[in-house]
Design a binder for this molecule. Structure first.
Ligand code: PAF
Length: 286
């Protein structure tokens, strides 16, 4: 049976014992309401550690006022059953009061890669993510941690933070898991109306269609961006583009002019009503 801990002290005690027995620890941090995307990360992590820890914590500091913190979908009982089904050993599910001291005044800021893309419309988001992930790493002290590539910028921020702060953990990126029609899995997909859900496939459609342009020899970043924006405009008239960008895969800086032969990442975010969906794809040679 999966063991559940909601205090830092309780989790630390059990992990200390397991480490003393020589066990390695792999870790998947989540905000719960698990779907197949999370489960694929857990399966990846299962292979990489003796003890697999998952956290389920809807982190308030990565939501800005007016975002969907209160409405964020939650179903702990179902999540625990899913964790059990993929071999998670330990779930850490703290209350916010356990994670944040009432007078906490320390945050982690990762410059540059936190800016642009999602950082433009969510300027405080990555500071909240970097801070909570640092805290979770300090609490769990995993050997390996697995994050999804759907949140491409988040993964880049965490890799940079681990590198810059010498945090002793290996970061592994798990491939995007998609619904049968291509929509990237996300806990927020449940918010979509029937019309919005149907049009949401325009995100992956735009990425695939733009990738085909690259394979056909198109190298101009501007032409590729225009192609992707046009695709979304035609196939998702109810959508509102937050951004469509072509960026350097590591630095996340915008690609201008000829994208060269090293490839680039196209990242996009589109609102359907209040729901903001993101997706990304590597275009061209890796
Ligand atoms: O990707 C998420 O679910 C969250 O941003 C994370 C990494 C669990 C931090 O709260």
């Amino acid at each position: 049976m999966v063991e559940v801990y909601n205090t830092i002290a309780g989790l630390r005690q059990v992990l200390k014992q397991r480490r003393q027995q020589g066990a390695s620890v792999s870790f998947v941090p989540t905000m719960g309401f698990l779907h197949d995307g999370h489960l694929s990360l857990m399966r990846l992590a299962r292979e990489r550690g003796d003890v697999l820890v998952a956290s389920i914590f809807v982190n308030p500091t990565q939501f800005a006022p007016g975002e969907d913190l209160e409405a964020y979908p939650r179903d702990l009982e179902r999540d625990l059953a899913l964790c059990q089904s993929v071999g998670v050993d330990i779930v850490f599910t703290p209350e916010p009061s356990q994670m944040y001291h009432p007078k906490a005044s320390t945050t982690v800021t990762v410059a540059k890669v936190s800016q642009g893309l999602c950082g433009t419309s969510r300027p405080t988001h990555f500071q909240g993510v970097a801070t909570v992930v640092t805290k979770l790493f300090n609490i769990v002290q995993p050997d390996v941690a697995v994050f999804g590539q759907k949140d491409y910028q988040q993964l880049a921020v965490i890799r940079r933070m681990v590198r810059d702060l010498d945090i002793p953990v290996e970061i592994v990126g798990g491939a995007i898991v998609r619904e049968a029609d291509g929509l990237a899995m996300s806990s927020r997909n449940v918010y979509l109306s029937e019309t919005h859900r149907a049009q949401a496939t325009a995100l992956v459609g735009a990425l695939r269609s733009t990738s085909a342009q690259v394979d056909g020899g198109q190298r101009s970043a501007e032409a590729l961006l225009e192609h992707a924006r046009g695709f979304i405009g035609r196939h998702a008239p109810a959508g509102r583009i937050d951004y469509v960008e072509l960026v350097d895969p590591l630095e996340l800086t915008p690609v201008v002019g000829d994208m060269g032969h090293g490839g680039a990442v196209m990242a996009l975010a589109v609102f359907f009503g209040q729901t903001r969906l993101i997706d990304n794809m590597h275009l061209g040679a890796p």
